[in-house]
Design a protein around this ligand. Structure first.
Ligand SMILES: *Cc1c(COP(=O)(O)O)cnc(C)c1O
Length: 308
């Protein structure tokens, strides 16, 4: 398979902020967000081996699920276009069916050829049970199912390619966490002396248990104090942080995942969590496509916008 975007050498960018100098800690960002214009960051890694598998099985259609602003929906739509697969996105929220054209994520997914189907929140809850899947098979025909958020064994295999041996000299590797698939891949390919920190973007203690199923190492922990109220929850202070961080470093971050990651890393730096002289590698997993949609929500709520 022609991998235009994977295998390109990802840019490492050093962050210069006075707090880092003061605490004598270095922070370098692995810019996975620059991998690809549409399928940014980790969602691309997660799809790679799933697409190869679908192609090997001779299946022409990918079906997946997601919310209205989902990075995974955006990535799957684009991947389908690039690799000649039909894509169907089952979207949470019946009410969107009449107004999805106001949603930049869904408009772009549709432009990339994704067939969007809207279902109620109740149906969405049952989407992956065998009766729902069977019903889909009857209407769509054979398909390859990519789970919501894209996490499965093949996705983790793809995320094992994020870290390279040349990254093993960093003392810490930090990444944001949704389902935990990305972090599991990072843990599996981390160096023998590295510590991996996952910053949860949603509430709940289930993550550690979920991740444990996919890894054999013990060199990691989940930080649960930087989710800002939970998945897709934003506050004024998070938006201000995102804008400030971009002004100071030139690095854009998204409000769902990577903004919370950098907020958390710098807060731990302030608290002297990292020993003097230590080096941190932060994985920028992307997600920037979601900013436009988030800004339209912020505008309605009369909150400050994320600067683009
Ligand atoms: C989906 C996503 C994550 C979380 O990935 P998981 O494998 O679900 O933990 C992190 N960052 C961005 C930008 C994402 O889109």
């Amino acid at each position: 398979m022609d991998r235009k975007a994977l295998g390109v050498s990802v840019i490492h960018q050093e962050v210069n902020l006075s707090i880092l100098k003061e605490k004598q800690v270095s922070l370098v960002v692995k810019r996975e967000d620059l991998n690809h214009p549409f399928i940014s960051g980790n969602k691309f890694r997660k799809l790679k081996y799933n697409i190869i598998e679908a192609q090997q099985q001779g299946i022409q259609t990918l079906v997946t699920f997601g919310g209205a602003y989902s990075n995974h929906i955006a990535a799957t739509a684009y991947a389908g276009k690039e690799y000649g697969l039909r894509t169907i996105g089952i979207i949470r929220g019946e009410e969107l069916s009449g107004k999805w054209k106001d949603n930049p994520t869904l408009v772009q997914a549709n432009e990339h050829g994704m067939d969007l189907r809207f279902i109620s929140r109740e149906e969405y809850r049952d989407k992956a049970n065998s009766a729902s899947i069977q019903a889909l098979k009857e209407t769509i025909g054979p398909f390859y199912l990519v789970p919501e958020g894209g996490t499965n064994v093949l996705a983790i295999k793809g995320c094992e390619e994020i870290l390279k041996e040349s990254d093993w000299n960093f003392n810490y590797v930090c990444s944001s966490v949704g389902t935990g698939g990305t972090l599991a891949g990072i843990i599996n390919s981390s160096g023998p002396a590295q510590k991996v920190l996952g910053f949860a973007s949603l509430k709940g203690d289930f993550l550690t248990k979920d991740i444990r199923n996919f890894v054999t190492r013990e060199n990691w922990e989940i930080r649960n104090e930087y989710h800002f109220g939970g998945y897709a929850k934003v506050s004024q202070s998070l938006i201000e942080f995102i804008n400030h961080f971009k002004q100071k470093t030139g690095i854009p971050t998204d409000p769902i995942y990577t903004g919370k990651l950098f907020y958390g890393i710098l807060d731990l730096v302030k608290q002297d969590y990292f020993k003097k002289g230590s080096s941190i590698l932060a994985i920028h997993t992307g997600g920037l496509q979601g900013i436009e949609g988030m800004n339209s929500v912020l505008k309605k709520r009369q909150l400050p916008l994320i600067e683009v």
